[in-house]
Structure formats: C-alpha cells, structure tokens
Design a binder for this molecule. Structure first.
Ligand SMILES: Nc1ncnc2c1ncn2[C@@H]1O[C@H](COP(=O)(O)OP(=O)(O)OP(=O)(O)O)[C@@H](O)[C@H]1O
Length: 293
C-alpha cells in the first residue's frame, strides 16, 4: 500500500497542499480528482520524489518510501517525457533496459503493451509522427514497460477517445489485478466515477473526501428510497420516515435507518401492488460539487 501521510507543501508562501493524507491500496484503481490548481500534480510529484514535501511522509506498506521503491514505480508525468524522434518500440525497450530488464524481455513486454494498447502497427514509427491520442498511448506503455510495482499517472485519459479510454483502462486494470496500487488523476469526474475502485477528492490543497464510491456516498448522503405503488399516502404515517416528494403512487423518502425503509416496503406489499422500490442514488457529481466548495 502506498500512503501519503500529513503532507504539506507551499510555493512562495502559498500553500499548495495542507496536511494531505490518503492511501492507495494494492490492487485498486484510485482516482484523484480536483479542479485546476487543487494540488494533484504537486502531490504526485512528491510521491515520485521529484519534489520535496515541506513536512509529512510518503510510505510504502507503512515504512518510509525509498529510492529503490520509486525506481520500480511507473510514472506518467504531466509534462510528457518521451523522445519525439525515436521509434516507439525502440524507446520502450530503451526504458525497460534503464530499469534493468534484458533487451529480449523489454522487447517482449513492449510488443505485448503496444498490441494491448492498439499501437502495434505504429511501433516502428517515431513518436512525433503519431497523433496526440496515440502519443498518449505510447506514454502509458512507457509507464508500464518495466512491470511497475505501483503506478502514478497524471491525467492518463485526457485527450483519449472513448475507445482508447476503454483499452487503456483494461491495461491499467491488469496492473492493479497483479496487485499494484494505481493512482491516476483526472478532471473528468464522470470518467473517474466509472473507472476507479476508490477515489480521493482534493480541493484547495485539502482532502475533502476519500474512500470507495459507496463510502463517499454514504458519508455525504442521507439514504433515500423511491417507492412506486397504488397509493403511497400511507408512508407519511410510518415512524422514522421523512417524505421528500409525494405524488399519488410515487413517494421519495429518507429513513433514519434501513429498518424503517423495510417497514415501508412490507406495508406497501400488504396493501397491494409494488411497481418498484429502490434506493435513490445520489450522483457523485453532486457530492463533488458540495465537498469542493
Ligand atoms: N513549481 C511551482 N511554483 C509555484 N507554484 C506552484 C508550482 N507548482 C504548483 N504550484 C501551485 O500550486 C497549486 C497546485 O498546483 P497543481 O499543479 O498541483 O494542481 P493540479 O490539481 O495538478 O491542477 P491541474 O489540474 O490544473 O494540473 C497551484 O496554485 C499552482 O499554481
């Protein structure tokens, strides 16, 4: 597990990160979201050791991170860093060898990644001759070539078309499935909501919410249910229920506890036909807007 523990960092007196703590669990895709300037890139640079924290610590499995740990990480920086005039495959092999792989292993891994990322036919082309979306895929391959023990990716999905997002996602999921912690930043909350197992919401240099989607929803929503039935008027008389919306056979309500919601369902069944009964799920987008204010 990768942990960011009580990290603070200022630039010229302006605090970019304020006592930031969160965990990136092994085997999970953790989305790192926040508006422009929230501090995502600064936090990622500190994880990778390209920037020092003023205070706080990055930990791997509970102990302070070392240069060896970092050397085994895969990183996709905001300022993309490949050689424009070098062929894609050659470049991946070169990077793999820098990480201590044999030429043959690096070539095999490069072939596999380029195939998975849909770049096999462009593998002998120079990076600069590729479209921006394909350059982005090559960047992702570069972060993965040495079979990293953890992945830290700054905006890996930006500029990718929906098909490329799916392909990239599958490749990243493979890394997570193999047990590595994967942290990726994004502005696109809809993408993150769909792709990540867990998320960290940052605003003005502070963690405003963290956890799985369900944990964040539970922490920021009073659970709501929607019942569609013949006449829903009886719901008003049930203890522990507050009716939010009522229209004949339709009622939306909150309950003090799930037991109270069960009582509504049981009573509705006794009274006749239940067309539907379901929790009303608050969109993450709405929670995000609320917590980053
Ligand atoms: N090297 C630097 N010198 C001065 N200020 C900096 C530096 N790096 C970051 N900052 C400031 O720190 C704050 C956080 O920036 P950061 O790039 O980490 O945010 P971000 O969440 O990654 O934003 P974006 O999504 O726009 O990339 C901003 O106010 C930024 O201007």
């Amino acid at each position: 597990m990768l942990s960011i523990h009580a990290i603070s960092r200022s630039f010229k007196g302006k605090q970019a990160l304020k006592d930031v703590s969160f965990d990136v669990h092994d085997g999970l895709m953790t989305g790192f979201v926040g508006a422009n300037g929230a501090g995502k890139t600064t936090a990622m640079r500190i994880i990778l050791g390209v920037l020092a924290a003023d205070s706080g610590e990055v930990r791997v499995d509970g102990r302070p991170i070392t240069a060896d740990d970092r050397a085994q990480f895969g990183y996709m920086p905001e300022e993309r860093g490949l050689y424009p005039k070098m062929q894609v495959h050659e470049q991946l092999v070169y990077l793999g060898r820098l990480h201590g792989m044999s030429g043959a292993d690096a070539a095999m891994r490069a072939d596999l990644l380029l195939e998975q990322l849909g770049l096999a036919e462009r593998s002998r082309d120079t990076l600069e001759s590729l479209s921006l979306g394909n350059q982005q895929r090559a960047q992702i391959a570069a972060a993965l070539v040495h079979e990293p023990t953890a992945l830290v990716l700054d905006e890996p999905f930006s500029g990718l078309d929906p098909m490329a997002v799916e392909v990239t996602l599958e490749v990243l999921r493979d890394v997570a499935r193999a047990g590595a912690p994967v942290l990726f930043s994004s502005h696109q909350l809809d993408v993150v909501e769909r792709l990540c197992d867990s998320l960290v919401i940052l605003a003005h240099g502070e963690v405003r919410a963290a956890g799985t989607r369900d944990e964040i929803r539970a922490a920021h929503t009073r659970p709501e249910w929607v019942l569609e039935t013949g006449d829903a008027g009886f719901v008003r008389g049930i203890a522990g229920i507050e009716v939010l919306e009522f229209d004949g056979g339709h009622v939306r309500f909150t309950a003090d506890d799930p037991e109270a919601a069960d009582r509504v369902l049981r009573e509705a069944i006794e009274r006749g036909a239940v067309r539907s009964f379901a929790p009303s799920i608050r969109p993450l987008n709405e929670i995000f807007q609320e917590v980053v204010r």
